[in-house]
Design a protein around this ligand. Structure first.
Ligand code: KG4
Ligand code: ZN
Length: 337
């Protein structure tokens, strides 16, 4: 079954063809990062206009790289939410138009659920080789720009929320801390790169929230701000690296420590990480080092937003009997559970 997955929830116009939920036939992502970087963050109006401009060629390229035509598609999958309303509208209406014109079933996918299913894409797995599918029960950490969720999955489509961020998401904390340090947008990749320039990470607090599986990163972000302010008008380069490294160390320690503790508690057979923050090399290495069970994490390009995860998720929903939903609306505030 070949599914075209369309993702437009934020600032990536992305389309992919995925076969049987596992085989990545194409993965095209037109990023708007350079346009939004000028403003230090995503401007919703600009994002939806850019989607309008770039989506048709993105979809044509996804079909051509998969070496298939419209007639070879079996279904269309599209992100329904959560995300920016104007951006979601472009993707959903485009997907509906294609489904209507080609008489194909259409499935609306939860973006957060989609992130998890990047772990079923064969080429997406950690070592680049086909591994066994993740075993249930499993614990999934979704760490993105808008969410930090710890989810127990007993089966496909079964989600129990164990913990979530009470304030800033992990990715949001990366983005805001990078801005404070004058490093630009998006913060995650730049902080990771800058942190490599020092062996002396600054000492910053660990927001453990003991006794709960929830997260909180806003205090840590404020601690970064205070430390940066203490440096005066211009922060010396070596201090920028030390603060970036200290911040990353704290986020990684907390994300890994809490995920591993929860995995032990629920006797999970595997840990899955996903979402943009899961692209972070230090997080991936530490999770693998500390976890008592196998860790699955998609290739970095499949951690950040993409259409393949949406198509993969739709395959498993369709297998479970989910009906076509031509009358869906966008759901900007959709949550996983
Ligand atoms: O999943 P995603 O692409 O979009 C959302 O659904 O939000 O995640 C984007 C977030 C951004 O906050 C970005 O700074 C962060 O993921 N990110 C990273 C890395 N690459 C992207 N955070 C830490 N380290 C990275 N290498
Ligand atoms: Zn995302």
């Amino acid at each position: 079954m070949k599914i075209l997955g369309i993702e437009s929830s934020c600032d990536e116009s992305a389309a992919s063809v995925v076969e049987d939920g596992h085989i990545l036939r194409s993965n095209v992502i037109a990023s708007q990062v350079e346009i939004h970087a000028r403003f230090g963050g995503i401007v919703p109006e600009v994002a939806s206009r850019q989607h309008l401009l770039q989506f048709l060629p993105v979809i044509e390229q996804a079909l051509s790289e998969a070496d298939i035509g419209w007639d070879d598609l079996d279904a269309i999958a599209v992100t329904q939410g959560p995300g920016l309303a104007g951006s979601l509208l472009v993707g959903v209406n485009l997907a509906k138009s294609i489904a209507f014109a080609r008489e194909l079933p259409i499935l609306g996918i939860n973006h957060l659920e989609g992130h998890i299913y990047a772990n079923w894409l064969a080429e997406g797995q950690w070592d680049g080789e086909k591994r066994e599918d993740p075993p249930f029960p499993l614990l999934a950490l979704i760490a993105s720009g808008g969410h930090t969720d710890l989810v127990l999955m007993n089966d496909f489509g079964s989600y129990q929320l164990l913990g979530r961020t009470r304030d800033d998401a992990a990715g949001e904390a990366f983005d805001k801390s990078a801005r404070v340090l004058g490093l630009g947008f998006p913060g995650g990749p730049i902080i990771e790169k800058t942190a490599r320039e020092t062996t002396n990470p600054a000492k910053l607090p660990r927001p453990w929230l003991r006794g709960s599986h929830d997260f909180s990163f806003s205090g840590l972000k404020t601690a970064v701000l205070r430390m940066a302010e203490a440096e005066g008008e211009i922060i010396p380069e070596h201090r920028i690296a030390e603060i970036a490294a200290g911040f990353q160390e704290s986020v990684v320690e907390v994300l890994v420590g809490k995920t591993v503790a929860a995995a032990r508690e629920v006797r999970a057979k595997a840990i899955l990480i996903s979402g943009g923050v899961a692209a972070n090399g230090v997080l991936r290495e530490e999770m693998i080092r500390q976890a008592p069970v196998p860790v699955y994490c998609p290739r970095p390009v499949l951690c950040t937003d993409n259409g393949a995860m949406i198509a993969a998720c739709a395959f498993f929903q369709s297998k479970a009997g989910a009906p076509s939903n031509m009358s869906m609306d966008v759901r900007p505030n959709l949550s996983l559970v």
